[in-house]
Design a protein around this ligand. Structure first.
Ligand SMILES: [Mg+2]
Length: 121
């Protein structure tokens, strides 16, 4: 079973994502901000990370920069979730090491299609 860490400061979004990912047979965990997510990854690196952009304490971008610098061996697939429909933001995320991005609000079909695209299903 593959694992997915859902990182978002919105409890509602985490719940929606969790339902979709468990439906796609992922074992899931949740983190409410980048720092929380980093602690989780340092203990157990997930296969996939669904990562929000705007979060308090530590943003998705800050988290991703630290993660990519620290990881050794296991490289999780990172899918950025953003409401910023803006190529500059998307480019910055890809440059920081995101594998793909999705626009909020997302649904099951979008998540499934992106995960299939990056070979994470
Ligand atoms: Mg947010």
């Amino acid at each position: 079973m593959k694992s997915c860490l859902i990182v978002d400061d919105s409890k509602v979004i985490r719940k929606v994502a969790r339902r979709i990912l468990e439906d796609l047979s992922f074992a899931t965990d949740e983190a409410a901000d980048g720092r929380d997510a980093l602690e989780h990854c340092r203990q157990t690196m997930p296969d996939v990370i669904l990562l929000d952009w705007n979060m308090p304490v530590m943003s998705g971008m800050e988290f991703l920069s630290v993660l990519r610098a620290e990881q050794n061996g296991k490289r999780p697939v990172v899918v950025f979730c953003t409401t910023e429909n803006d190529m500059a933001h998307i480019r910055a995320a890809i440059d920081a090491g995101a594998d793909e991005y999705i626009m909020k609000p997302f649904d099951r079909d979008v998540i499934e299609a992106k995960l299939a695209q990056v070979g994470a299903l």
